[in-house]
Design a protein around this ligand. Sequence first.
Ligand code: OOG
Ligand code: MG
Length: 263
Amino acid sequence: MMKTDTLDQIAYELYKAERDVSEVTKFVDQYPELTVETAYDIQDKLIELKRMHEQTTISGLKLGLTSKAKQQMMGVHEPSYGVLLANMALNPQLPISLKSLIHPKIEPEIAFVFKEDLRGPIVTVAQVLKATDYIAPAMEIIDSRYLNFNFTLPDVIADNSSSSRYILGSQKYAVNEVDLVNMGCIFTHNDEIFATSTAGSVMGHPARAIAWMANKLIARGQHIRAGDIVLSGALTGAATMHAGDSFTVSFDGMESLTVEVER
Ligand code: OOG
Ligand code: MG
């Protein structure tokens, strides 16, 4: 058992690392007893700190490490989740500033926006699809607060699953308008293909990843709410961002989404 004070202190160090655009070393080195459950307690504390100091609200949730591509890239072989805050949303029409970010990477995601709460007792894929208002192409900017993006599963969970910013396409699609298993995804960096994938790379079906998270949340007395934006987890590996870069994600049957980085 770790002391509450220690959990508060870890949450504060992660909050400060983001605020001061500086890195920390992973906590599992110092606290080998850090479990996944305790890491979610730290994440809750971190979100409370961010809500209070940044005067923002929760806009949804994100999954992480839901595809083989991402699991292999990060050396962590189980999914995680984190919270999205309203001040993380970026407008795709405006160039992205990297000024307040440590070592940002960007990755293609599918966003699900909910029209109903998803309470248990057990959430199924069918319930996820029924509760979804619409889906949209999305990108996530991840910016681990850990030195060199080096972490274990509890570390990354405590750090809100590396969440930093997110960008949603403006077109909305019904879940049955696209094939959420076979839909192809092309992720380009400066007009060259960076990676390709299919929607099913996310746990066979992205709604399965969301059902997995919904059940984890219920076990913690939380749930997906009507209005929440939920990111599926990246379909491909993440691309490092540099000044002047442009990134596009194109899904079969959906409008493509492009973002530009400030020069
Ligand atoms: C962890 C977050 C992973 C995703 O979509 O897989 C993630 C990381 O890679 O830093 O957001
Ligand atoms: Mg992601």
